[in-house]
Design a protein around this ligand. Sequence first.
Ligand SMILES: Cc1cc2nc3c(=O)[nH]c(=O)nc-3n(C[C@H](O)[C@H](O)[C@H](O)COP(=O)(O)OP(=O)(O)OC[C@H]3O[C@@H](n4cnc5c(N)ncnc54)[C@H](O)[C@@H]3O)c2cc1C
Length: 574
Amino acid sequence: MDFDKTIKQVRKRYGVDVSVREDERSVFLSGECDKWSDVVAIGKMFVTEGKHVVNDIALKGYVAPAERLPALSDNALDGTDWDVVVIGGGISGCAVARELTKYKLRILLVEKHSDVARGASGANNGMVHAGIDLKHRCLKLKYGVAGNALYGDVCKELGVDFRRSGQYVIFDSRLIRFFAKGTVKRAVKHGIPGVRILGKKEIAQVEPRVKDFAVGALYAPSTGYVSPYQLTIAYAENAVQNGAKICLNTAVTGMDVEKGKVARICTNRGTFTARCVVNCAGVFADKIAEMAGDRYFSIHPRRGTDLMLDPKAEGVPSQTISMGPTLKSLSKFGSGSTKGGGVIRTADGNYLLGPDAVEIPDREDTSTDRQSFDSVFAKHSGVCPTLRRSDVIAYFSGVRAPTYEEDFIIERSAKVANLVHVAGIQSPGITAAPAFSKDVAEIVKDYLLSAGTQVAANERFDPVRPRPVKAKSLSDADRDELIKSDPDFGKIVCRCEEVSLGEIKRALRNPLGVTTVDGVKRRVRAGMGRCQGGFCMPLIVDIIANETGVQAEDVTKDDIGSNVAVCKIKEVGQ
Ligand SMILES: Cc1cc2nc3c(=O)[nH]c(=O)nc-3n(C[C@H](O)[C@H](O)[C@H](O)COP(=O)(O)OP(=O)(O)OC[C@H]3O[C@@H](n4cnc5c(N)ncnc54)[C@H](O)[C@@H]3O)c2cc1C
């Protein structure tokens, strides 16, 4: 790349001067800008084949908020020694930990929050992408397509609902329908099964709501949906079942590197050692790399907001459906910052509208705002024109973790021998995790063997994680039996989602030891319905207090310090 030319282009376009230096792996940028979107856009201008971009261009006057760290400090892990330490309890870390338990290794996963799936893995669309929009020769394509193919088996083993529902991308222009033939050809080349173009009549039969404007659709039958947090939890539980240890409320705060290896890992719960370290820290993956003196890529956080629709709302399509590209956006198809989103069915029968894609400087900014709400509603409600804003019952944001090269980084560090990076895991990270976690486990195994550590197969590895009981989905006869065996399954606590006391009690006995209100919510959906916990939250606080033997005031919504109640103000009579 001719850097001088690009520097001149930056000056002309954005009115700023940037400094550039490079080494064998990366291009390093520095300077100052007035707008964060300019910082990101400039970073992208320096993307060049075979190198990563490290973008240190500062946003004028912006002071990054301190990273959220657990309000806990003890020595629980001090002086311990592990074969493998996995940093981060998202889908990447939990799937890697589970794959590693196929070997007889001492595995520790540390997660800074009070539960797994608290980063992007807990706030996304849960779509198991077919991969129709992915570029040639990238890891996102390789692992996206391979991961999609594994979903049926993995979800069966881990007791998680998964449905291969297919996806319809609607065209309202004949010209776009014509161009879509290229996408079909590309899908065949990439090994994506069954992709084809549906005519006007066919799509109107599948989804009558689009009959007035759809001239056809691209159909990708291998697209599916899963609950991303339930799958992450299931991976984590299966890892624990097979011998891994998961330490929540534990943040990696530093690393000592000696003789080209991570020698010690420092956390709020003590300092310990590991033969191999796997960096699955999501939006903080570049910070973890930096702690190990191996800074060769940058993550630029990209927030996406989704709107959750009332499942009973009229006008919601019955399929995962989105508008195809317009003539204007066609050239960007497959290279954009979001897969386009749409109306996406979730594993729990709700529909999500979204997401959007907003570049933000704060890695942990999961706030929602009116602008995102409006733009998501305006963009995606096009496929269901009768949808009303009052059909939205909740909205949330998650933060993607892209690199400037917009691809995954899954490799052993070139500089720190015992460090493996699983970074830049933006969409389709949920789809791809079942596939890349297997390769990461192999990378770790090969490294450990090369470093003289014995790695034997774990003959007691059990891939099956028992499926949690979901009383609502049982037949009347089976439900009656269940209630006979334990009357708690007949006492409904969450009316919107029909969740019983029995299910909540079982959820509280989870192998990760999570006893928060949101932990219950993620496991059994109590509080996720139309009233969003308005009725059941106080009951759930009481159940947690009774089950765990703590005072109701000590029950937290989520992380340490997020207590639901401050104190008792009065006793209610018998
Ligand atoms: C709005 C949105 C929609 C999306 N939709 C889809 C979709 O439909 N399909 C799909 O396939 N993908 C989707 N994605 C992408 C997908 O969510 C991510 O690729 C995936 O969740 C990334 O998982 P991860 O484990 O790498 O990161 P994360 O889930 O972010 O996990 C990283 C974890 O590391 C922890 N951590 C960070 N620093 C430290 C530290 N110092 N010490 C200890 N722990 C630390 C964090 O707390 C976090 O829990 C979407 C993403 C977003 C934001």
